[in-house]
Each structure stands twice: as structure tokens, then as C-alpha cells.
Design a protein around this ligand. Sequence first.
Ligand SMILES: Nc1ncnc2c1ncn2[C@@H]1O[C@H](COP(=O)(O)OP(=O)(O)OP(=O)(O)O)[C@@H](O)[C@H]1O
Ligand SMILES: [Mg+2]
Length: 272
Amino acid sequence: MKHEMITTKNLEITFGTKKILNDITFQVKENEIFGFLGPSGAGKTTTIKILTKQLKQTKGICEVNAKIKNIGILSDNSGAYERLTVYRNLCFFAELTQTNIKQVEKILKQVKLWEDKDKKVKDLSKGMKQRLLLACAVIHHPKLLFLDEPTAALDPATTEEIHKLLFELRKDGTTIFLTTHNMEEADKMCDRIAFLNKGKIVEIGKPDDLKLKYSNNNIKITFEDNTEIIVKKDNDSIINSLKDKSKKVLSIHSLEPNLAEIFLSLTGRDLK
Ligand SMILES: Nc1ncnc2c1ncn2[C@@H]1O[C@H](COP(=O)(O)OP(=O)(O)OP(=O)(O)O)[C@@H](O)[C@H]1O
Ligand SMILES: [Mg+2]
């Protein structure tokens, strides 16, 4: 039985007179990759700040089942020492978290920065710097990792490398809470996701379950002559549409909505 790593119940935060998070309730299980999705200003970073005790909620319960030394954080305000080399930065983080120095080489190879280990941080590209910050966040092999938009503005190859590393961490037992605007990323990476809109969770579940739940039950049949028809996903409709034996079927696809379309249908808003 997997334990809950994070539990929040009716969480609220008010800044001045504005309620920024409202009635936030969710659980994250041990070893899960949990995605928190929402447009800019929805309250994603604020939620991470409460979960990592950088902010105190106004109301509600927030329980995180990991000691501070077993937590890793990558956020907007994560930084590295610009004038130090990549290698020295990681040595510093290793020392800070009482991690064996041997891990420095291992993690630098994992994030593909070993060849660049003697470069100063100020001379790194954006993607390299992001990989360094991720390496710093995970060098102590955290049980729980918070990632605030880990791949925002990165190129597809760097994004792919970061995704691979996250899957490896998960395989080794790390629980990951990540925020993103990127629906494909969420779909690929997350065991479960929550949609956040204007400080409220509007839906929560496994990506595939949500796609089924919001599917309009249509399938698309494409014939060899490239004509297409859309029919209801029931046997009678499908059989009827295939009665014309002279037309050969090329493909049959279910027309499931993607996560961005589900969010749009729930909120009337784009995720960007
Ligand atoms: N310390 C603060 N004081 C007042 N308002 C704040 C504070 N921190 C955040 N907010 C407000 O809370 C709302 C949510 O901000 P938050 O940074 O959590 O959004 P987000 O979902 O992370 O957005 P983005 O995708 O742009 O990073 C915004 O309206 C923001 O202005
Ligand atoms: Mg944010």
C-alpha cells in the first residue's frame, strides 16, 4: 500500500483581500508524478510555496510527509553561483546536503553536463543552466521533488533529456510534484494531474481517464480513398458505416480530446 506523500485539505490563501487559492484538496501518493496544470496566475507557484513552507496558508490543512533534507526544489528563484564552475556549484550543493562527492560526477553525466563541468555558470546557455539547476535540486536524491515549470522555454532535445532524468528519479523512488502549462508534457510525464483555474481545482485524475471521461464518444474511420467519416462509438453505428464493402478501411481512431481541449471545455480558457 503506497502512502500519501502530500495531503492538502480545503487549503486557502488570501493576499490582502484577494483569495488566491480556494478550497484546494488533493493527495499525492509516494512515487507518483503529479502534475499541477493551469494558466498564468492560476496559483501554481503559490501552491508549491505553501507545500514547501515558504508561505503559510490562511486556512486548511497541508501535510508533507518528507523531512526538509529529503526534499528537492527547482523553481523560478533557484539559482547557481554565476562565477563558479558547474563542477564547483555541484560540489557546494553536495556539501550543503551532506551528499557523497562521488555523486557530482554521476549527476553531471546524467544531465549531460560532464563535458562542460569547467565552464562558469555565467557562460552557460539557458538549457544548460536549467539542467544544472535540476542537478543541484536532485543531487541528494530527494524523496520528494518539487519542479516549478522545469522545461519552460527549453528546446525539445533538452526537454526530452530532463524528462528522461525525471523518469529515472521516479524509478529510484522519488515522488515528483510538477507544475506546467505544457499539456503534452503533463500527458507524457504525469500519473495524475490536477487542473487549476483561478485558484480552484476544477478536475483531477489520470490523463487517460480524463480523456475518456470527456470524450464525446466519436470515432473517425478513414478509408483508402482518403474519405473520412465520424461515427458514434457503438457497434451498430460502426457496422452500419462499414456496409459498403467496396470501400476499404485505412484506419480507425477514437477522437479523444487532448488535455488542452479538456481544460478549455471546463473553463472556457486556454492554458497558455
Ligand atoms: N506575495 C504575493 N502577494 C500578493 N499577490 C500574490 C503574491 N504571490 C502571488 N500573488 C498573486 O497570486 C496569483 C497566483 O500567482 P502564482 O505565481 O501562484 O501563479 P502561477 O500559476 O504560478 O502563474 P505562472 O504560470 O505565471 O507562473 C497571481 O494573481 C499573483 O499576482
Ligand atoms: Mg508560477
